[in-house]
Design a protein around this ligand. Structure first.
Ligand SMILES: Nc1ncnc2c1ncn2[C@@H]1O[C@H](COP(=O)(O)OP(=O)(O)OP(=O)(O)O)[C@@H](O)[C@H]1O
Ligand SMILES: [Mg+2]
Length: 334
């Protein structure tokens, strides 16, 4: 079976500066992939590029191909015109925008907003639309009566469920959810994640879940991709990446997660910050912050497989153990 989504060499530039820089991804039907990385690494930009929803100042290139079940010809997103994309968005792939909870129309009842999304893509009668809305709300764990409310009459968790219902309105085979739980408190966060998981099972939905929180992705995803400065630096099955990370950046992200049952404090944050798109360091982009950096990190590391399905863009991978970090160049000195 060929992949539902295949992305090759996706690039996004802003005034000649790389924001997303050669991203490759593949996703099977019904699969859940997590996309993680610190703020500004290009997660949202990647998601918007997959939908061709970038603002005009951002130029995208590379191949994005969708093969939704029941559609004969693969959909070449990279080459589609805006009119062509309108027939793809929401119908085959939809996006729950970052901060979407607050983007519901305040002066329109939420059921009317869902109805609008359905009618935009299908010629459905009023009765059919009504039935679909009720079904959608039930699917996301809301009572249909809540559809008659306005956004301000809903709680944060209810609004986020509405946004998910909206994303599902035209029965897409892929949903991209950009930080769907970040603004929610922990209990509601868990409920929304459970919802996404059950939707995957019940609807056979593929999911790209974007979060800076690795813990969230570990619970929900089959595979994970770690982004740094516009590139994927590590990708693999969740268990393999969590148990044996193969990139110092991933290792540091994992070390900064709170340990269940361990001391309550957060681990050390990674010192420094990611580079600006205009000032990308030569070679490995994590080099200036990497405790294991050495001379050879001045050349660009390619993403290489270190075990089945697990790849790292670190010259020193595979890492079988993590030596105590010394200064730059320590690995090659000895
Ligand atoms: N419209 C734009 N114009 C210029 N630069 C942009 C634009 N949108 C994003 N960028 C830049 O692209 C980079 C990646 O931004 P992006 O929003 O994709 O990051 P992110 O990983 O989603 O971060 P966060 O975790 O904060 O949501 C940042 O350096 C940002 O400043
Ligand atoms: Mg973002």
């Amino acid at each position: 079976m060929s992949a539902l989504l295949k992305v090759s060499d996706l690039r996004v530039e802003y005034r000649g500066q790389p924001i997303v820089d050669g991203v490759d991804l593949a996703l099977e039907r019904g699969e859940a992939m997590g996309l993680a990385g610190e703020s500004g690494c290009g997660k949202t930009t990647t998601a918007l590029a997959l939908m061709k929803l970038l603002p005009p100042a951002l130029k995208q290139s590379g191949a994005v191909t969708l093969r939704p079940p029941g559609v004969e010809e693969p959909i070449n997103v990279g080459r589609r015109t805006e009119a062509g994309m309108r027939r793809v968005r929401w119908r085959h792939v939809s996006l729950v925008f970052q901060g979407a909870m607050n983007s519901l129309d305040p002066v329109q009842r939420v059921d009317a907003q869902i109805a609008e999304a359905i009618r935009l893509h299908e010629s459905a009668g009023a009765k059919e639309v009504r039935a679909r809305i009720d079904e959608l709300l039930t699917t996301v764990g809301l009572t249909p009566a809540l559809g008659r409310r306005y956004a301000h009459q809903l709680s944060g968790g209810q609004r986020q469920r509405m946004m998910i219902a909206l994303a599902l309105a035209c029965r897409p085979s892929l949903v991209i959810a950009d930080e769907p739980t970040t603004a929610l408190d922990v209990t509601i966060q868990a409920q929304v994640l459970q919802l996404l998981e059950s939707l995957r099972e019940r609807l056979g939905l593929a999911l790209i879940l974007i979060s800076h929180d690795l813990g969230v992705l570990a619970e929900t995803c089959d595979r994970i991709a770690i982004m740094y400065a516009g590139r994927i630096v590590e990708t693999g099955p969740v268990s393999s990446v969590f148990e044996a990370p193969q990139h110092p950046y991933t290792k540091r992200l994992l070390d900064s997660l709170p340990v269940i049952g361990g001391p309550r404090a957060l681990g050390d944050p990674i010192p420094g910050g990611p580079p600006d798109p205009g000032e990308m360091p030569e070679g490995c982009r994590f080099r200036p912050r990497c405790p294991y950096a050495a001379d050879r990190c001045l050349s660009d590391p390619a993403l290489r497989e270190t075990s089945a399905g697990h790849a790292s863009a670190c010259h020193f991978a595979p890492w079988s153990e993590w030596p105590a970090a010394a200064g730059a160049g320590s690995l090659e000195a000895g």
